[in-house]
Design a protein around this ligand. Structure first.
Ligand code: HXC
Length: 505
């Protein structure tokens, strides 16, 4: 064997060993898998193609030149899940606590760039102590690069984060910018500053679990979407979850063959919704009966339970479901429910996933906690997202499918409601064309008119439509008035009306 190949083999073995047997054993003792073991479960067998296996950090201070591990604490590459391409990175806690160095960040950025280029989801398995302390600002700059890509990829490709260990500092900001976060109970934590820092600064005593555990984030804060018992459960759930997601914002939703007959009749739906509005019922049951094979992948089931959000399929194709839940707080809308729905609908809108809305809501939750907590802002966000979620590319036949399914099930009452959002393809000539394309990379955003302009053909001036003209004029007339004179005129008219005798009938 040549010396080069021997060296390559040595480095490969070192990369596979990560932080060494002792640290791997410590990882296993905590019930956690290593970075590579996790990828083996997440991806289809034998599909993983690793990138940058031999990359090492470039730090020399604090004796770092003596401690180099090939791979530098993160395993990156691509693979398939049920045959569909995904890009992945998996942080290795056994190497400097999975902390992010400059090179570590470059590896993550590379897979994110590739994912954006080919239009495939990115899945991050996070297990990191944050910025690598020994590298100082170089690692912080690394985070800047990762964050920027999180933002650029938002709405272009799905981004999913699995938090699989104690993640601190910058290691929580990046996942928070992604679309969905899964956590593992008792072994994963998310906090900007840990309990020690909290104690020092505010003198509060709090455990890791209370501050940023999976239960805290999936029930109280809503930072994470789902909590699982262990690594394997989380990884298998991620595999299932990805099957609902489009590859990118132009690919359309995936379609799976379904054994659910198109003419299935659910007689129970005729009686499920009680005649009395005061009597609650479980919206889960209704949703499951409408969706293919009763499969509903619910997001944030333990947070904002008064609204249900999740994915299912109708005639084999993914739909997003937003449904009021009369079983929790009588299905009212509050801050948590509004934020949850707004975020979910925004994702569906960006990726052209049709949304089915099941509406049964008494209104917003009254109270000082809600008003002072900003229900106006959060509630309006939910409304904005729902109103904007009105487009779907390449789904022209889907709305009919949804209508058929709902009508077939005897849900006439629901189907008649105007709120039922069956996304359709719209020819956007209302001057809002920037809206639907905000999520596309710059190149894709160039319209036909842009290309015509490249050829020297001038863009025609767009005339305001008559309806808008009237509106503008009315406003113009009002704004031309002096406010004081306007108010005086109104007051005088009121006084005169009061002086005039009331005519006898
Ligand atoms: C370098 C780190 C590290 C880090 C952990 N390690 N975090 N090395 N940089 N940020 C190393 C430890 O030195 C240790 O090395 C090994 O990883 C395991 O760590 P332990 O502490 O033994 O593990 P555990 O008890 O499970 O605690 C995990 C932890 C804790 C909660 C993550 O390590 C911790 O609090 N780390 C520091 C977190 C932090 O302050 N990060 C910087 C945030 S600043 P050995 O050799 O002993 O195995 C930041 C700014 C972002 O991120 C700003 C963005 C805008």
């Amino acid at each position: 064997m040549s010396a080069n190949i021997e060296e390559l083999e040595r480095r490969r073995a070192a990369a596979r060993l990560g932080g060494g047997e002792k640290r791997v054993a410590a990882q296993h003792a905590k019930g956690k898998l290593t970075a590579r073991e996790r990828l083996e479960i997440l991806l289809d067998e034998g599909s993983f193609e690793e990138l940058d296996m031999y990359v090492e950090h470039n730090a020399t201070d604090f004796g770092m030149d003596q401690q180099r591990v090939p791979g530098d604490g993160v395993v990156t590459g691509s693979g398939t899940i049920n045959g569909r391409l995904v890009y992945v990175f998996s942080q290795d806690f056994t190497v400097f606590g999975g902390s992010l160095s400059e090179r570590h960040a470059q590896k993550i950025c590379k897979v994110m760039d590739m994912a954006m280029k080919v239009g495939a989801p990115v899945i991050g398995l996070n297990d990191s102590g944050g910025a690598r302390i020994q590298e100082g600002v170089a690692s912080l700059a690394g985070y800047a690069e990762v964050f920027q890509r999180n933002v650029l990829a938002s709405g272009v490709i799905p981004q999913v984060s699995l938090i699989m260990g104690p993640c601190a500092g910058g290691a929580v900001y990046s996942p928070a910018m992604t679309d969905f976060i899964f956590m593992v109970k008792d072994s994963s934590y998310m906090f900007v500053t840990g309990p020690e820092v909290v104690k020092t600064v505010t003198n509060e005593v709090v455990t890791q679990e209370e501050l940023g555990g999976a239960v805290t984030h999936t029930t109280k804060t809503g930072v994470a979407d789902l909590a699982f018992e262990n690594d394997i459960e989380a990884l298998l759930a991620a595999r299932e979850f990805v099957s609902y997601l489009p590859e990118n914002n132009r690919s359309g939703v995936p379609e799976l063959p379904t054994g659910d007959p198109w003419d299935r009749i659910e007689d129970s739906l005729d009686t499920l919704i009680p005649a009395s509005a005061n009597q609650p019922y479980d919206m889960h049951e209704l949703v499951r009966k409408v969706l293919d094979e009763g499969q509903f992948f619910e997001i944030q089931p333990n947070h904002g339970g008064n609204i249900l959000c999740g994915f299912g399929r109708v005639e084999g194709r993914t739909v997003g479901v937003v449904a009021n839940q009369p079983m929790v707080l009588a299905g009212v809308l509050d801050i948590n429910a509004s934020r949850k729905a707004a975020r979910f609908v925004r994702f569906c809108d960006a990726f052209s996933i049709p949304i089915v809305t099941f509406v049964d809501v008494p209104g917003f939750l009254p109270g000082t906690a809600q008003e002072l907590g900003g229900i106006i802002k959060h509630g309006s966000q939910a409304a904005v997202r729902l109103c904007r979620g009105d487009r779907a590319q390449d789904h022209r036949d889907h709305p009919q499918g949804l209508w058929r399914r709902l009508r077939r099930h005897g849900l006439q009452a629901l189907a008649r409601r105007p709120q039922l959002r069956l996304a359709d393809r719209r020819n956007r000539r209302d001057g809002c064309q920037g809206r639907g394309r905000d999520h596309l990379p710059l190149r894709a955003r160039r319209s036909r008119q842009d290309r015509r302009e490249d050829q020297g053909i001038r863009r025609p001036l767009r005339q305001p439509v008559r309806r808008r003209e009237h509106g503008l004029h009315r406003r113009g007339d009002l704004s031309a008035l002096d406010p004081a004179a306007y108010c005086a005129g109104v007051a005088e008219a009121a006084q005169q009306a009061a002086r005039e005798p009331v005519e006898e009938a």
